[in-house]
Design a protein around this ligand. Structure first.
Ligand code: URA
Length: 263
């Protein structure tokens, strides 16, 4: 199941990488598709690639992307928990706002991606993404709210490029990200988004650990607090002085926690 979905993902990506459907094709250096794991239940959608992204082929690697990464670290959301993409996959020259024609042309790829993976939580960065996905005339009309639509929760918030221009908005932005983090942590381990293939043991184990984030856990090396879950390993701060971060295989911790709950 998961393999079929990955195959379809590769097909959608290939179609986007070869797309010439709009006027952005001749001016781009390369198509900027995505970064992160499409199985992630938190998707982040920006406006369109800038110069750094056009040069590297990866979304959000420039200054705005670095700020986005800092926000994710502060919210204790791991890179393996997010999938990051844009409203349009090719750079509008001079970083202008993409036109309706460009946005519509790209919707073929964008909608196919969303239909395939069905992320339960989608963060919309900036006014363009909020307009395209929610029809908002102004970001301010919906920013800071959780909008339920198409069976998923959308969170429109400030674009990090805007936060770089107006750092006074960092406080309200942080409130938005706390809501987003709480929504992610509130998802049931096995629910939301594309069904998890039970044979994908690393993913099953990492999802089952999510509810324990920030909680005390008993590990083979003593008690501690689970602070980060990656695919395959999880970080625990042990209750020792000075504090020590130790990584455990997710399967080991998941097994221990399930056994404790059952016993
Ligand atoms: N701004 C965006 O909207 N997307 C990127 O990928 C980079 C900057």
């Amino acid at each position: 199941m998961s393999e079929d979905r990955m195959k379809r993902f590769d097909e959608i990506k290939l179609a986007a990488l070869n797309c010439t459907a709009c006027p952005l094709a001749p001016t781009r250096t390369q198509v900027v598709f995505s970064r992160g794991d499409p199985r992630a239940r938190l998707w982040i959608i920006g406006e369109g690639p800038g110069a750094d992204e056009d040069a590297t082929g990866t979304p959000f690697v420039g200054r705005a992307g670095q700020l986005l990464d800092k926000i994710l670290v502060a919210a204790k959301i791991g890179q393996n928990e997010v999938f990051i993409t844009n409203t349009v996959f090719c750079r509008p020259p001079g970083n202008r706002v993409p036109t309706n024609e460009e946005i519509t042309a790209c919707s073929v790829h964008r909608d196919a991606l969303l239909d395939l993976w069905k992320p339960p939580i989608v963060v919309l960065l900036g006014a363009t993404a909020a307009r395209v996905f929610l029809g908002a005339d102004r970001l301010a009309d919906l920013r800071g709210q959780r909008v339920e639509r198409d069976g998923r929760a959308y969170f429109p918030t400030f674009h990090p490029a805007y936060l770089l221009r107006d750092p006074r908005q960092k406080d309200p932005a942080w409130k938005d990200w706390q809501l987003i983090r709480d929504a992610l942590r509130g998802l049931p381990p096995d629910g939301g988004g594309a069904p998890v293939d039970p044979s994908d043991e690393a993913l099953v184990a990492s999802r089952s650990l999510m509810p324990y984030l920030e909680q005390p856990v008993m590990t083979p090396e003593g008690t501690g607090r689970l602070v980060q879950v990656f695919l395959g390993r999880a970080a625990v701060v042990l209750d020792v002085k000075p504090s020590k971060v130790t990584y455990f295989p997710t399967e080991v911790l998941a097994e221990l926690l399930t056994r404790r709950r059952a016993g």
